[in-house]
Each structure stands twice: as structure tokens, then as C-alpha cells.
Design a protein around this ligand. Structure first.
Ligand code: C5P
Length: 219
């Protein structure tokens, strides 16, 4: 009883954290589970879309034949994988929690604990979503924002700066929202709208997000 509204469309989704290697056994990462991105992928596939899911390290799985899953580790790898596909997709959703910085040099051997302090120099990672915005020609582009202050203002700023069509805001102030949880509470912000949704499961949040995208792209 699912609508096949996205039949013939290709949807690219990024999910999960990225791991930035420090040495052969250590990395800098974050607590993103990848759940939101995998839920979005399942939801888009149910609606008939062909889905390309690029995920950082996550324990989430999919057996859906309509989802082509590409697993990557670092932001750089995610960037390269995304731009193998971006040119030809109709909708792109960046739900990955990409590490902002990576170690400038990766030690070739395990770093020994010698000194009392250790300094690791970090350099900025490429902004995948911002680059998608710069290279956008027909794609409907969706970003995520996780803010702790001036949430709506910052999200709107990101929408403009990254040339997005919509941004999904999750506030860390909301109990049960964000990152590690199975639930999420969001606002969807476009240039002209700000719609608030109730706290719900990430599968139901994925439905709200895909409904909103359909509303904006299918005319
Ligand atoms: O600027 P900020 O990192 O808060 O933006 C969050 C949004 O940008 C998310 O949609 C995230 O997936 C995306 N992003 C990205 N590449 C980065 C950093 C963030 O695609 N290097």
C-alpha cells in the first residue's frame, strides 16, 4: 500500500559518522549511529526510488535490493564516493555526521605513550554538502543541522551558505533527539517555511522528511 511516487528517481544519501585515522589502530570519530540515514534510505526505496547510500562506519544493515550501499571510513573517502554518483541523482540528503577535522599526518606505526602530553595537528576536512551545493544543477538538496544555540537562525544560515533546498534541524535540547537515540525531534526549514514536528521514531521521522521532499519535488 505504498505510493510509488519516487519511481524513476535516484536518491543519494550519506549516513553515519566518519573515522579519521590517527595511527594504524586509532581514530577520531563521533557517536552517530547511522540510523537516520538508513531509515531515510529504506523509506525512499519503499516509495520506488533507486537509492545510493554512502555510509561511514555503522552497525546498521540493509538487505533491500533497491539500496546500493557503499561503505566508507573517512570524510575524504565519503567525499570521493559521493561525487562518483552526485551528477546524476535527483535528490541528495546529507545525514552523515562528517568529522570536521582529520589528523594532518597519519602515523605509520602505533604512537607510543612517552611524553605526558601529545599534540595531534588537525586539518579541515572537505565539506561534502557544501560542495554538493556548489555543483548543484537540478538536484533537490537536503542538509541536516544539529545545533545547541540559536538553532533556527543557524540552520537558516546553513541553508543559504550551502545552497540547500531544505534543512532538517535537530536540537540537542530536545530530550530523545539526535545522534544515538532511536527517536528524533525535528524542524524542517526552507527559505519560506519552518515546520515543527513531534518527537517520534527515526522511521517515522524519515516518513515526514520524505513526505516533505515529495511535496516540494513532485508537482
Ligand atoms: O556545517 P555543519 O557541519 O553543521 O553542517 C551539517 C550538514 O553538513 C550535514 O548535513 C552534514 O551531513 C553535512 N556535512 C558534510 N560534510 C562535512 C561537514 C558536514 O556533508 N564535512
Amino acid at each position: 500500500n505504498y505510493s510509488q511516487n519516487l519511481k524513476g528517481k535516484t536518491v543519494l544519501i550519506t549516513a553515519g559518522p566518519t573515522y579519521e585515522a590517527i595511527d594504524p589502530v586509532r581514530y577520531i570519530g563521533n557517536h552517530s549511529s547511522g540510523k537516520m540515514g538508513f531509515s531515510l534510505a529504506e523509506e525512499a526505496a519503499k516509495r520506488g526510488a533507486k537509492v545510493i547510500l554512502v555510509s561511514g562506519p555503522s552497525s546498521q544493515k540493509t538487505s533491500n535490493p533497491e539500496i546500493a550501499l557503499h561503505r566508507v571510513t573517512s570524510a575524504k573517502e565519503m567525499f570521493d564516493e559521493v561525487f562518483k554518483h552526485y551528477e546524476n541523482v535527483d535528490i541528495a540528503i546529507a545525514s552523515a555526521a562528517v568529522a570536521d577535522y582529520a589528523p594532518k599526518e597519519v602515523a605509520s606505526e602505533k604512537i607510543k605513550k612517552n611524553d605526558d602530553t601529545l599534540v595531534i595537528e588537525l586539518v579541515k576536512n572537505p565539506d561534502i554538502l557544501k560542495t554538493m551545493g556548489e555543483r548543484k544543477h537540478r538536484q533537490f538538496l537536503v542538509g541536516f543541522a544539529l545545533e545547541t544555540q540559536n538553532e533556527e537562525e543557524n540552520a537558516k544560515g546553513k541553508l543559504e551558505k550551502k545552497n540547500l533546498d531544505m534543512i532538517v534541524l535537530n536540537s540537542l535540547r530536545d530530550e530523545g533527539a539526535g545522534f544515538k537515540n532511536d527517536t528524533n525531534k525535528i524542524h524542517i526549514i526552507t527559505m519560506h517555511e519552518n515546520r515543527e514536528f513531534a518527537l517520534k521514531s527515526k522511521d517515522d521521522v524519515a516518513k515526514d522528511i520524505m513526505n516533505f521532499i515529495e511535496e516540494k519535488t513532485l508537482k
